[in-house]
Design a protein around this ligand. Structure first.
Ligand SMILES: [Zn+2]
Length: 178
């Protein structure tokens, strides 16, 4: 998973060439049918609120090691966003969760590995005792006025801001056609 582009056809090994396809310049294979569509990878995560604050995890691996973000991760092939979210929460925090509602969906442009789409749910946890696991160094609840300043990813920073607004107004984020 990377933002790097293929030079050779991943199917047959021939050097890819550029051509305009479907209104965009795309690399494609002159020998087989491969077209190098570059699509963002969906990720899913959850906002867990214990009434005092929100659950964040500290990143163990690049990018942004040591920064905090909502527990979330990339979808596996054949997985639904909902299942991905439940699996990632279990892996990163040890918590079993129940999804309540879709909170918002964000474009991710600042992950050096890939462009992403973050699907963020509101969820309840079976307990308020997270155990960091997998790619999380720590998993901790932060009071709403004590959220750390080093939050990884613009989409997660935006989501925190929108969640704090939601706490005050009870209204889910507006869609801005952006
Ligand atoms: Zn090919």
């Amino acid at each position: 998973m990377t933002n790097k582009e293929f030079t050779y056809c991943p199917w047959c090994g021939v050097v890819l060439v550029e051509a305009e396809l479907d209104g965009k310049v795309r690399k494609h294979c002159p020998k087989c049918d491969y077209i190098n569509y570059r699509n963002p990878i969906p990720a899913a995560g959850a906002i867990i609120d214990n009434g005092q604050g929100i659950l964040l995890v500290k990143r163990k691996y690049p990018p942004y090691i040591g920064d905090w973000c909502f527990p979330a991760g990339f979808m596996e092939y054949g997985e639904s966003p909902q299942h991905c979210c439940i699996r990632e929460l279990k892996e990163e925090t040890g918590l079993d969760i129940k999804l309540k509602a879709l909170f918002n969906v964000y474009a991710g442009h600042d992950d050096p590995r890939t462009r992403a789409v973050l699907i963020l749910y509101l969820a309840d946890a079976d307990s308020f005792e997270p155990i960091p696991g997998d790619d999380a160094l720590e998993a901790e609840y932060f009071q709403f006025d004590k959220i750390p300043s080093n939050i990884a990813f613009a989409s997660h920073r935006q989501a925190i801001k929108e969640y704090l607004d939601y706490k005050q107004t009870g209204r889910l984020p507006k869609q801005n056609n952006g």
